[in-house]
Every structure is written in C-alpha cells, then in structure tokens.
Ligand binder design. Structure first.
Ligand code: SF4
Length: 346
C-alpha cells in the first residue's frame, strides 16, 4: 500500500537519500528531521499490522506517521506486515517479550523489507529511531548487533540518536552523512528527545506507545489459541483476535461475540466466509464461528449469546445462523452458567 507520493525532501538535489523507518513517534520523527537538516533526501516507511495500536478513534501509528511525513514534506510508504510476518510471530527465532511480541524478529523482518527498498531506490542506508538501552528486549547492544547482521544491513543501518555510541556506518565513513551532526543518547528517558524536538522545531509527533497489541496478554492468549487450534489460520484469524469476546467451546470450535452494536457490525464485515449468528429480533451480540460445529454446539452458542444479552428478555429467543447463503433458525431458552463461561473463555 502506498500513500500518494510527495517529493522526498532533498531528492533531486543530487544529495544522497536515506530510508527512514517512521512510526510517527517522537524518536523516529526527530531522526527524519536530523537527516533533513543534513540536506539528505528521506523516503519514510511505516509498517502496519493487525496489531497496530492505531484505530479510527486514536491518532497513532500510520495516521501519525502520515501527519509527520506531511509536516516535513517527505514521501511516506505504508507497508503491510502480512502472512509472512504472522508466520514469524508463530515461530520467532529470538523469542518473545512479555506477550507474543517477537521484537527482535519483528525488527529484522521490517529492516529486511527496508533493505529491499534501499537497494531498489539507490538509497545509502536505513535509519531508525532506535536508542541504545531504551527497550529491554530489542535495543540493548547485543540485540542491535543481531538485528543489523540478520537484516542484511551490516554497515548500512544507522541509528542517529545513538550514533556516537555505535560503530560508524559506511555512509558516515564515506563522508555522505556527518557523524558530528548526530547524537549520543542512551537509556529510557525521553527528556533529551523532547528538548531536541523543541530546538529543531519538530512539533508533530505521537505519544510513545508501550509496543504493539502483541504485548497485550489477552491478545497474546487469543493468538496463541489460533496458532494451536485453528488449522489453516490466516490474516483474518489474526485480525479477529483484536476484537470481541473469545470462547473455545471445544478443541475444534471457537466463538467470537461482539461487545456492542458497532463491534457486531465490524465482526460481521470481517467474518467473510465464516458462519455468523445473531438473534432475529432481540438485541444481543453477533457471534462468529471458527471451526466445525453440530446441532449441540449451536444450542450452546445460543445459551452463550443469551448470557451476554441482558436486554433480551423473551422466554424463547429466536436465533439465526447464516453461512454460504443458507439460513438456520432455532431458539435459546436458557443462558450459559458462570462456570461454563469461565471454562470457555480464551
Ligand atoms: S512491540 Fe510489536 S511492533 Fe514493536 S518491535 Fe515488538 S513485536 Fe514489533
């Protein structure tokens, strides 16, 4: 996916161009400014996945990256972390953080893609907003070295915020990028970056995020369940982990219930070919089924839906399943018990 191209600052001037990873946060925004202030051309890349923390209501992630890029007049390419990324999340080489976040493998994945763009465009290096010692899993010195080596960017991965604490890169040695105009930041504090942003006139940037949704224990549990129990899982399964209530009725069948009318509509839209169940008249959650089911399962799903429908008061609630253009209806008379809910919750 590519945003409407704008001309990269510095491009066409004969000055070298760098590829910048731009999340839209403070660190990466400053890095873009540092490069522009050296007269370099910048092509920014922003990577999105089902686990980004931006949403239509929140001004984070790709939205903020677009605002930063526009404010600085640089071209931004938005790149999707697709099924190939999810396969890495399932089996990372370098392990997980506190959730199902494979931060080192994730950085390697992103930087390999960035390296391809660097080679395609003739850019001289890839620059990132990484700061030595800022994040425990992926920004200690050994992790930075592994990421540089495994991404195929040895000598061409520049971390301008900590440049003075790291070996010079090839474009620095060649005099294309000035080392003395970069920084020596180290550790978790953000105050130096805020001061630099003020000094350099960087006014648009997002709040620091605590990582993507893979660090969230609930999302991590659901995604692990997908990897373990949903044969042939795909991007849709990954996206569905970020919404609704999730229940596993038995090893082969998972149910997702919407929390409210808005989420019901989103679930229905995202379900694609998956069976969708809703009450025919009463208000209540929409349910999406993932896995094979029989009549007993449908009766159980009806009881589960009733449990989360305080406004559905009829003695017999009619329920309708839609799948492959066919419809089936039945009624639910009772609700699932608290113990059942507990035992099914993922
Ligand atoms: S927090 Fe998420 S997006 Fe950030 S490096 Fe880790 S896995 Fe990748």
């Amino acid at each position: 996916m590519t945003s409407p191209a704008q001309s990269s600052s510095g491009a066409g001037t004969g000055n070298p161009t760098v590829i910048a990873l731009l999340s839209g946060g403070l660190d990466s925004s400053i890095v873009v400014k540092l490069m522009l202030d050296q007269g370099l051309g910048v092509l920014a890349l922003n990577f999105v996945s089902p686990f980004c923390t931006c949403s239509p209501k929140k001004d984070g992630g790709c939205r903020m990256a677009a605002r930063v890029a526009q404010s600085m007049g640089v071209e931004l390419r938005v790149m999707n972390k697709g099924l190939d990324y999810l396969r890495i999340v399932e089996r990372p080489r370098f392990g997980y953080g506190r959730g199902l976040n494979p931060c080192i493998d994730c950085r390697i994945y992103i930087l390999r893609k960035a390296a391809l763009v660097m080679r395609e465009t003739g850019a001289v290096c890839v620059v990132t907003g990484e700061v030595l010692g800022q994040r425990p899993m992926s920004q200690h010195r050994q992790a930075l070295d592994i990421i540089e080596r495994e991404s195929g960017l040895t000598g061409r991965l520049l971390r301008p915020l900590s440049a003075h604490l790291l070996p010079p890169t090839i474009p620095e040695k060649e005099g294309l990028i000035h080392r003395d105009r970069m920084l020596n930041l180290n550790g978790r504090t953000r105050s130096p970056q805020l001061a630099i942003a003020k000094e350099r006139g960087v006014e648009i940037f997002g709040c620091p995020s605590g990582g993507c949704l893979l660090t969230d224990p609930a999302i991590a549990r659901r995604l692990k369940d997908v990897f373990d129990h949903c044969p042939g899982w795909d991007e849709r399964d990954a996206r569905l982990t970020t919404m609704g209530r999730h229940f596993r009725l038995h090893p082969r069948l998972k149910i997702i219930l919407g929390h409210d009318a808005t989420e019901n509509a989103r679930l229905e839209q995202m379900a694609g070919p998956l069976p969708v169940i809703a009450f025919t008249k009463e208000p209540g959650p929409t349910a999406v089924l993932r896995g094979p089911y029989d009549e007993n399962d449908l009766a159980t799903v009806g009881r589960l839906m009733r449990r989360f429908s305080p406004k559905a008061t009829a003695e017999n609630i009619e329920i309708r399943l839609r799948c492959d253009g066919r419809e089936t209806t039945w009624t639910a008379q009772s609700s699932a018990t608290a113990d059942e809910i507990k035992s099914w919750t993922i």
